[in-house]
Design a protein around this ligand. Structure first.
Ligand code: GTQ
Length: 352
């Protein structure tokens, strides 16, 4: 072992190579031949820093709208494929992300799956998502969850195309071979609760007297932008700003204080105009969606300029610094709660 690798591959002698061939015939391998690939001194993600410009994405989304209906597609989504992981439908080593389009009058039929999903609304008014018998309107900047194994359908009863970013833990579910999925018997689930029911019941710093289901997924499934944005506006005035994050809040399950979903963590942050963050890295590869403002991020030494509706990704253990040209609001998500539950998560503020 030297300082740059965890394990140096031993010399391959003819006797050793013959032995490896013999092992191979018995479905065996020699650890010392592969240890350098299995273990590393620090994370070596296959995913790379990447940025998607919404000016490029939008025309392609609209083109998809003319080529296939939401109904035929089941979900009309352009998958954000990390350039280092092409063909695997992954934006990081553990997460899936895509941009979903629903046109006026369309529905995306009801189904459920073990994978948990988040929706972060990017543009348009008039769409809803239904979860557990309640329909909630989608507005730009809203963060909405679809808990594991809950039936969900989406619809657009407005007059504009609606686009949101989907984030799912599909690669985590598949890592464990724990995926199940079902279609609902009808195209949409019956509405059994009025809009706003879950937010009133669970999202006002109070819980129903009989509530006991602490744990796993948040009973609040919509986190409206207006409320979160207002909190950030107040906090940026009262300070102090975190050197690496500006003002950054976690979305929580109000019954536990933990993340809204067991596998995926989500945040909203404000970087005031002119703010430069201190370099930071963490083991949770993180996806960012720009809500307001423009600026740039330096990710692993590469500069990516961004503006509203753009998406960018910071892989595990890669340094990131943000710069805001004007007041910028960034939504982000990662697998941090998964890593923390398993005792794996690390982060580090880099001092310059
Ligand atoms: O809206 O239910 O992007 O099931 C991928 C799989 C969205 C959804 C995706 C899904 C959905």
């Amino acid at each position: 072992m030297n300082s740059s690798t965890f394990h140096e591959q031993p010399t391959q002698t003819p006797e050793r190579l013959a032995f490896y061939a013999e092992l191979d015939r018995h479905d065996l391998g020699a650890l010392w031949e592969v240890l350098g690939k299995l273990g590393s001194l620090e994370p070596r993600p296959a995913s790379v820093p990447a940025h998607w410009n919404y000016d490029d994405l939008r025309p392609l989304l609209m083109k998809s709208g003319s080529l296939i209906s939401a109904e035929e597609a089941e979900r009309r989504v352009l998958v954000l494929e990390n350039p280092g992981l092409r063909g695997r439908s992954q934006i990081t080593g553990s997460l899936y992300a895509g941009l979903q389009l629903i046109l006026p009058g369309e529905i995306a039929t009801s189904h459920r799956h073990v994978a948990s999903a988040l929706r972060f609304i990017v543009e348009g008014q008039g769409a809803y998502t239904a979860v557990d018998g309640e329909r909630v309107s989608m507005r730009p900047g809203d963060f909405i969850i679809t808990p594991s194994w809950t039936f969900h359908d989406h619809g657009n009863i407005g007059e504009e195309p609606v686009v949101w970013m989907d984030g799912l833990d599909i690669p985590i579910v598949n890592l464990f071979d724990t995926g199940f999925a079902q279609k609902y018997a009808g195209s949409t689930q019956p509405v059994t609760r009025a809009e706003g029911d879950a937010l009133a019941r669970y999202g006002t710093n109070m819980l129903p007297v009989e509530y006991t289901r602490y744990g796993s997924t948040s009973p609040v499934f919509s986190y409206p932008y207006e409320r979160s944005r207002e909190a950030l506006a107040r906090l940026v005035r009262s300070g102090p700003l975190h050197p690496s994050h500006g003002v950054k809040l976690q979305y929580v399950n109000p019954a536990t204080g933990g993340a809204a979903m067991p596998t995926i963590g989500t945040w909203l942050q404000l970087l005031p105009a002119g703010f430069d963050t201190a370099a930071y890295r963490s083991t949770d590869g993180t996806v960012f969606s720009v809500v307001e403002g423009s600026g740039y991020s330096v990710i692993g030494g590469k500069k990516f300029a961004w503006k509203p509706k753009d998406i960018f990704v910071v892989p595990s253990w890669v340094n990131v610094e943000h710069h805001a040209d004007d007041d910028a609001v960034l939504f982000s998500f990662s697998d941090r709660p998964s890593q923390q539950a398993l005792g794996l998560w690390r982060d580090e503020a880099i001092s310059s």
